[in-house]
Design a binder for this molecule. Structure first.
Ligand code: MN
Ligand code: MN
Length: 461
């Protein structure tokens, strides 16, 4: 009898067949990372994937019945997906929710200025970043902007290999003596994080020659004027592509894996199950939401009541006499967000026996938060047991993580928002290294195991 718990490394048991399935999955996943670097682009990608697999916009239907596959788009930046099961909604639904916003640099409402023969755009960072990591790297620009006719213009530049890109300058070491004395938190002034945007003059004008020329270029390319920046959502993200990391090609590096790795697994899982001929028992709900990185505030975040509206829509369209709160009470959820794993170079911030390790599977995290479990959603023991038994039964390799040593920092996910509604929730996602950096790293085996865990959760009774 095995009394002692020991972690398993996926590579100690993985079969050749699983490896080839995993490689195929990774290829598509990396393509997704490259194509969907903002929440707008993620939603677009998701709709394409769902449409290809016969999911329909819920607005096109009058009623829903067992086996129906629907989605609801919330302001182009978050998405709720449902596959209707055999059981009544009142029995509860199986929910997986991930977020699709990632740390990045947004532009300010009036960003353009010129100085020392260069045009620049002022930025404001979005989410928790280590500011120095975003300097002197190639950046791409993505977003939407509206013109005075209220027409939406999609902006995307800096992604193609033969395309131009953008960057933020950093001070040369030779003149950084004073700067290097400051703490890492202080030595980059966020007001100095302006993006290099151009340098050619418009010689027909007297002043602001470069700014004027940039405005001409922008008008030519996008039909926009300076004031239109105020009605835009434009951001800068790393322009480099996702790649295998390591001589054995076992890890995947790329921007925005927090939390697009779990968002992708969630979408793939619901689509793959929906493609099987048998219908599921419990209704499955997949969601990819916005604004987690800034605290889940706003109408596209998980806190938005739009999710309740979607659930009410399902009740009304199913013709069932159900109560939304009772559905929540009987529902189960995986909060699909990345966790950290022990960084081999910074072991001291982790409690090793309560931390994730690369290649040891999807992370099941009973609680997040910080210090005295503040702001955390702490899963009930009975629910932990239910999920652990499911994973054991279905041979899902998982590990039990926490977010570092108790007083070293901390963080949260969307878990508490659904838990507050009465849903049984636990955090479950891929462990990653260099979280919130421009190039986050995860194990390919853990990524694939995350997908498999989500498939089994969705199907659970
Ligand atoms: Mn996250
Ligand atoms: Mn995050």
């Amino acid at each position: 009898m095995d009394l002692k718990y020991e972690k398993k490394n996926i590579h100690s048991t993985i079969t050749e067949k699983e490896i080839s399935m995993m490689k195929k999955y990774s290829k598509e996943y990396m393509k997704f990372l490259n194509e969907a670097k903002t929440e707008y682009l993620c939603v677009e990608y998701a709709i394409e994937l769902l449409t290809k697999n016969n999911f329909v916009d819920i607005n096109t239907l009058q009623e829903i019945k067992e086996g129906d596959k629907v989605y609801f788009i919330n302001k182009e930046k978050s998405l709720y997906v449902a596959v209707i099961g055999k059981d009544a909604l009142t029995c509860g639904v199986n929910i997986i929710g991930a977020h699709i916003d990632s740390p990045r640099l947004d532009i300010k409402p009036m960003p353009l200025y010129e100085k020392q023969n260069v045009a620049l755009l002022k930025t404001q960072y979005y989410g928790g970043i280590k500011k120095y990591q975003w300097l002197a790297i190639p950046l791409a620009m993505h977003g939407v902007i509206y013109n005075e006719k209220n027409e939406k213009v999609v902006v995307s530049a800096g992604e193609e290999d033969d395309d131009f890109c953008f960057t933020i300058t950093d001070l040369l070491p030779h003149l950084s003596r004073d700067q290097m004395k400051l703490s890492a938190n202080e030595f980059i002034d966020p007001e100095k994080m302006s993006v290099l945007f151009g340098s050619i003059q418009d010689r027909t004008v007297k002043k602001d020659k470069i700014k004027e020329n940039i405005l001409k270029v922008l008008y030519r390319k996008y039909g926009i004027k300076e004031i239109d920046f105020a009605r835009s959502e434009i951001c800068f993200v790393p322009s480099f592509k996702a790649k295998y990391v390591g001589i054995d090609e076992s890890l995947i590096g790329g921007y925005g894996q927090d939390d697009r790795v779990c968002a992708y697994s969630t979408l793939k899982a619901i689509v793959d199950i929906a493609n099987k001929p048998d219908t599921v028992d419990r209704t499955m709900i997949a969601m990819i939401v916005d604004k987690e990185e800034t605290g889940s505030y706003g109408n596209t975040s998980m806190s938005s009541l739009t999710f309740d509206m979607f659930m009410n829509r399902l009740i009304n369209m199913s013709g069932e006499d159900a109560d939304l709160l009772e559905i929540y009470f009987n529902s189960k959820m995986l909060s699909a967000d990345v966790s950290t794993c022990v960084d081999p170079c910074y072991e001291e911030v982790s409690d090793i026996q309560n931390s994730n390790t690369l290649n040891c599977g999807v992370s099941l995290e009973k609680y997040t938060g910080s210090g005295g479990k503040y702001s955390s959603s702490d899963a009930n023991a009975s629910y932990m047991s239910e999920i652990m038994n499911l994973f054991d039964r279905e041979k899902i390799v998982y590990q039990l993580g926490t977010l570092g040593k108790i007083e070293k920092g901390g963080g949260g996910t969307i878990a508490y928002i659904l838990a507050n509604k009465g849903v049984n929730v636990v955090d479950c996602g891929t462990p990653i290294l260099s979280m919130h950096s421009p190039f986050e790293v995860a194990s390919e085996a853990d990524i694939y195991m995350t997908y498999k865990a989500y498939v089994e959760f969705f199907r659970m009774r």
